[in-house]
Design a protein around this ligand. Structure first.
Ligand SMILES: Nc1ncnc2c1ncn2[C@@H]1O[C@H](COP(=O)(O)OP(=O)(O)OP(=O)(O)O)[C@@H](O)[C@H]1O
Length: 335
């Protein structure tokens, strides 16, 4: 089908309120654009097709309606988790060869879980992601959920920790009861909030109980979901937490080769002058995380646009580089 034919059918599906056909045609249009190598258009269409509903319940994704209501904190009434959907590709991730390989294997294991079951084997389903901020722990969980076509359950640890005695453990229980009832990729972000060393004398008894509770729940978890815990502070995690996971993936800052790939990826959105020396920028940005490089590219684009240009120049990158350098030194002072 040509894109005009698909768009016509999309309109018809929309007027008939045929949601399934609407999404199928939308995906066909995206695949067509991808085949034409219109990657930016394909990505934008993907985001538009599956963008979140701005309607009343922003914590529930459009396509995956959970059977149970989203659990909430009794005291504040805030939701304890969010169900999110992503439509990313594995190629969106720029990682070391080793991490790419390990993650590809993990995804394959999950995809062949029925075959593994014949041999009484199970895929790994409890992962720990550790690494500096902005190295892609959350993003990787989003990519895995996209590739496995499972919704991502994002656990809000700040919401789980309650000021009321005993309520934090109740919140954890509610979260695990919820995730038992579906197949998801579950991301416990910033797990070190409750994973602080249990022997730390400054920690209260309540936190210790919560850590024990969390460990027990992780241990007992039997479902088909993939559980990922992420931390920026692996050194403060209790050794008991490490043992609970089938796999630990360390997200390192990108090397020069990966930084080059990141510049190419994040500068692709806009035309750039030929003189821009990507190799030079990759060398200069030692210590930058993928998120820093993405931010630097975005800032350069904004700089170009507000100065009335539609192509990025070396001067734009120099400006955003100096801004980032400054921000990073402030960040270091705060550590
Ligand atoms: N490895 C990567 N490859 C490509 N893009 C990346 C990568 N890592 C991060 N990014 C980009 O930077 C954004 C922020 O990264 P992300 O939130 O995943 O980092 P994080 O490790 O979870 O950080 P934090 O520990 O602060 O939560 C991502 O949404 C993505 O756009």
């Amino acid at each position: 089908m040509t894109s005009t034919e698909i768009i016509k059918k999309l309109f018809i599906a929309f007027s008939k309120k045929d949601e399934e056909e609407f999404y199928r045609l939308g995906e066909e249009l995206i695949a067509l654009e991808k085949r034409k190598k219109h990657n930016v258009v394909a990505k934008e269409l993907k985001e538009a097709l599956f963008s979140y509903s701005n309607s009343s319940n922003q914590n529930v994704s459009k396509r995956f309606k959970p059977n149970l209501p989203i659990p909430r904190d009794n005291d504040s009434g805030f939701p304890l988790l969010e169900i999110q959907e992503f439509y990313l590709d594995f190629d969106d991730l720029i990682l070391s060869e080793n991490n790419k390989y390990v993650l590809t294997q993990l995804i394959r294991e999950i995809k062949v879980s029925e075959v593994l079951a014949v041999y009484n084997l199970k895929p790994k389903n409890k992962l720990l992601f550790s690494g500096e901020p902005g190295t892609g722990k959350t993003f990787t969980a989003q990519v895995i959920s996209s590739v496995l076509q499972l919704p991502l359950v994002y656990i809000r640890f700040d919401a789980i920790i309650s000021s009321y005695l005993g309520e934090t453990a109740t919140n954890l229980r509610k979260v695990f009861d919820f995730i038992k009832n579906g197949r998801w990729v579950v991301l416990f972000d910033e797990v070190d909030i409750i994973g602080k060393n249990r022997n730390d004398e400054h920690e209260s008894g309540e936190i210790k109980r919560v850590v024990n509770n969390f460990l027990q729940m992780i241990d007992q978890f039997q479902g088909d979901s993939l559980i990922i815990s992420a931390t920026n502070h692996p050194h403060i995690l209790d050794p008991a937490i490490w043992r609970r996971f089938d796999e630990v993936i360390n997200f390192e800052l990108p090397d020069e080769i990966n930084r080059r790939e990141l510049f190419i990826k994040y500068l692709k959105v806009m035309k750039r002058e030929k003189e821009i020396n990507i190799d030079g920028w990759s060398k200069k940005t030692n210590g930058f995380s993928p998120s820093d490089i993405k931010g630097m590219c975005k800032e350069a684009m904004v700089h170009a646009i507000v100065n009335g240009n539609d192509i990025i120049t070396t001067a734009d990158l120099e400006y955003s580089f100096s801004r980032y350098k400054e921000r990073m030194s402030v960040r270091k002072q705060g550590e």
